[in-house]
Design a protein. Sequence first.
Length: 173
Amino acid sequence: MTPEELVDQMSIQCDALRLLMQKQTTHLADFGRRLRQIVQQLRKNIEVRDTEYAQEFNQFVHELRDTLDKREPVWTELRAQIRQMPDKCWTGDLALSAKGLNSRAKVLSRACDEFGTEYDLFCKDYKSFTAAKLNVWLLTSCQADITNLTGKIVFLAREISRKTDQHRSPYAK
């Protein structure tokens, strides 16, 4: 792949991951809201109405894990190809695309931060909940993987942007 194709592919993957994370954040927020209701019902000795919660939550977490596992090889391959490119390949004419990629990576990072915030809120409510077996350990694993991957993407996008800026002609700066 050429550097331009790599930047375009990485931009496409950033957007796809951002959309996925926004969707998963919404689902996790819904599970957090439902968990708060269940905890309140248990505290007040009211019969829990949401009987499918544990099953649905565990299914959500397993699907999230599968989705992340399917996307990991794509990111690993992209990062490996980008790292193999010599610095001279990152020409100044890619500067605009690289800045766009950097911007997309930052937006992805914000989406992943929102997921992390929902995860923290969920864990705060979960620590007092022992009525059902939830695979929170798997959610924790997913959140850690998302955070690590996002950090790598943001770093790589920043590096590409820096390299293309270095190769711009002096009159363009």
